[in-house]
Design a protein. Structure first.
Length: 236
């Protein structure tokens, strides 16, 4: 399929623009220690460029909304949203710049823009080492097993004293003896009812077995010997 020169001229053209910025030093990061592998990535890898030794960078892209990341080993940098409008494709025009928050929609273009060219500063140091947690006494006391052990120890310490105080009072000792007798009687009744239930459940099986044992054993009947037909005829 061929296109005429007039048709090619009428096709929409994606205007190119250049995103400029500089990495600056702060209390976290020093540009003088910038590694050679430091680079700026656009749209999660669609385009990228290395950062110069002085911290400056330039990245050519088309109009539209782009996500700009700075990758420097050992440091975390903020992510920006750079929106290049058709009117900002010229060298004098400035794109709209704002911080990128994954959990929030971008601001409208009529919102104030960050300074341009970009001034990128490190936000934190990447620390992949997680120190081992120390001994947490409060967390140890919250454990159910420790609470049970402490409760048992408290009961073992205070129970003899409570029993001694109760036995010193005659009325309290009498009430305790009556309560103990009632508990023993309830336990005996429960054991007797349980044994009766078990005996009642096994009674039908014992009755069936006794009935089978009383039935007489079947008597085997003798069978008559059969004589062959040929032999009987010859004797006659």
């Amino acid at each position: 399929m061929r296109f005429s020169p007039l048709t090619l001229l009428t096709l929409p053209v994606a205007l190119a623009a250049t995103i400029k910025g500089t990495l600056t030093s702060n209390s976290i990061f020093n540009v003088s220690s910038l590694p050679p592998s430091a680079k700026v990535v656009l749209d999660h890898g669609a385009a990228s460029t290395f950062v110069r030794a002085d911290g400056s960078f330039e990245l050519t892209t088309t109009e539209g909304r782009h996500v700009l990341d700075t990758e420097v080993p050992g440091f975390a940098f903020p992510t920006y949203i750079v929106t290049i409008l058709p009117s900002s494709s010229s060298e004098d025009a400035q794109p709209h710049v704002q911080l990128h928050h994954p959990a929030r929609h971008p601001y409208p273009l009529d919102a104030p823009s960050l300074p341009y060219p970009l001034v990128v500063r490190a936000g934190a140091v990447d620390d992949y080492y997680m120190p081992a947690p120390g001994l947490n006494v409060l967390g140890l006391l919250k454990s159910p097993m420790v609470l049970l052990m402490l409760g048992s120890a408290v009961m073992m310490y205070f129970m003899p004293k409570m029993m001694a105080n109760m036995q010193a009072d005659p009325e309290m000792a009498r009430e305790m003896a009556e309560t103990r007798k009632k508990m023993q009687g309830m336990q005996g009744d429960w054991a007797a009812s349980l044994s009766g239930m078990l005996a009642g459940a096994s009674a039908p099986e014992d009755t069936a077995r006794a009935a089978l044992a009383q039935q007489p054993a079947p008597v085997a009947r003798p069978q008559k010997a059969s004589t062959p037909r040929g032999r009987g005829k010859g004797r006659r």
